[in-house]
Design a protein around this ligand. Structure first.
Ligand code: HSE
Length: 302
């Protein structure tokens, strides 16, 4: 048996949508899975090539085992997984959610478990702890989601074309550290700040209203605690906005920044000033310019 799994990068939070909004990006990891031999073999090319584990501790394999176990099934002993990775690791672009979604889709295909998106989404959310990356990774597009009594409630919100820029500094900021930086409670006025913006942000995204987006794509409940921990991020946000970006926010928990631009012609300038801000703080930074993807993860027979 041989098949391919494609999983997109995702950007979560989008400013005020902490832990509930996420968008799939047209930047993909691809897995070729084959049942062969009698042991597990993992090959990694591209992002994470020299650091990702190639044994049972690999996040894809762990997700495969969890999904198989939930369906009272056992994976075959001989599996070869060839990963072609384009999503930078630990960068706020959903690489860990992509691994989880890839793993459970691969397990479902290997074990011939009929595809059930809700079941896949709930398993992926249990593994990740929150649905905001796994939901758009699996379903594509902009997804708003929450967990209610272990059930994931999610809806796709249609959105207009957007010009996105991602700037990824070479800085390790694990999600665990980014979550530990958050306070247990937030002031009431900060909760209202986010609530009042997130609804109009979805409206701005739906209508491609970049002026509204520039006022609504702001956050008070996670970014103020995280941005100061990423060298150069405050300066990069200020510089990006000054150079014309409608909004610049943390992508997920960071350290990448997501900018929404008004015109394609601003791209070079905004990218240059943001990269420069990180360089002044001693970090190199990479630039990505993916469109969003309305398509989510898929399995392709080969
Ligand atoms: N919503 C999550 C967070 C995304 O901001 O912590 C990162 O996993």
């Amino acid at each position: 048996m041989r098949f391919r799994v494609r999983v997109p990068a995702t950007t979560a939070n989008l400013g005020p949508g902490f832990d509930c909004l996420g968008l799939a990006l047209d930047l993909w990891n691809e897995l070729e899975v084959e049942t062969t031999g009698n042991h597990l073999q993992i090959l990694v090319e591209g992002e994470g090539q020299s650091v990702l584990p190639t044994n049972k501790t690999n996040a894809i394999v762990k997700a495969m085992e969890i999904y198989a176990h939930q369906h009272c099934k056992t994976l075959p002993a001989g599996i070869q997984i060839r990963c072609k990775n384009n999503i930078p690791l630990g960068s706020g672009l959903g690489s860990s959610s992509a691994a989880v979604v890839a793993g459970i889709l691969a397990a479902a295909a290997l074990l011939k478990i009929p595809e059930n998106k809700q079941d896949l989404l709930e398993c992926a959310t249990q593994i990740e702890g929150h649905p905001d990356n796994v939901a758009p990774c699996l379903l594509g597009g902009l997804i708003s989601s929450f967990v209610d009594n272990n059930k994931v409630i999610s809806r796709r919100i249609p959105i207009a074309p957007l010009i996105l820029l991602i700037v990824t500094p070479n800085f390790s900021f694990p999600t665990s550290q980014a979550r530990a930086a958050l306070p247990v409670e937030v002031p009431h006025k900060d909760a209202v700040f986010n609530l009042s913006r997130v609804v109009l942000l979805t409206e701005a995204l739906r209508n491609g209203d970049v002026d509204l987006l520039s006022l609504a794509m702001l956050d008070q409940i996670h970014q103020p605690y995280r941005i100061p921990l990423i060298p150069g991020a405050t300066a990069a946000i200020i510089a990006g906005r000054k150079a014309g970006a409608a909004a610049v926010v943390l992508s997920g928990a960071g350290p990448s920044l997501l900018a929404v631009l008004r015109n394609q012609s601003e791209l070079q300038d905004v990218a240059a000033v943001m990269v420069d801000a990180f360089e002044r703080a001693g970090l190199t930074a990479r630039v990505f310019n993916p469109p969003f993807s309305n398509k989510g993860a898929s399995v392709i027979e080969v």
